[in-house]
Design a protein around this ligand. Structure first.
Ligand code: CU
Length: 115
């Protein structure tokens, strides 16, 4: 085997090994925001498990905010806002609507539980 093909083979093996080592695929959770609820009202996550929250709104623009985790994303009608992260801190965190959407905006909350 010449040096070039050995290098190619080695690179291929390293890439293949890298793929196998990729940690667990992200868990997808659909979240729907609608005046004045966030569904599910309790989002349960596992510490260390990557997650993708696919957030949509069923009516007007809302915001998906988890102040304790530094998450603050606008959610526009007709679009999916994907929020990817790996929770590392166990506990219960409040989800709030981050964009004023009406008189009961302040009641629009959910709980994010990391176990
Ligand atoms: Cu709202």
């Amino acid at each position: 085997m010449n040096k070039i093909s050995f290098t190619v083979l080695l690179s291929f093996l390293l890439v293949a090994a890298g793929c196998q080592h990729k940690s667990t695929p992200a868990e997808h959770i659909n979240v729907v925001m609608k005046k004045y609820t966030i569904t599910p009202s309790e989002i349960r996550l596992k510490s260390g498990q990557p997650v993708e929250l696919d957030v949509t709104t069923a009516d007007v623009q809302h915001g998906f905010d988890v102040p304790a985790l530094g998450i603050k994303e606008p959610v526009q009608p007709g679009k999916t806002t994907t929020i990817s992260f790996t929770p590392s801190q166990k506990g219960e965190f409040e989800v709030q609507c981050g964009i004023i959407c009406g008189p009961h905006h302040d009641d629009m909350t959910a709980k994010l539980v990391v176990e």
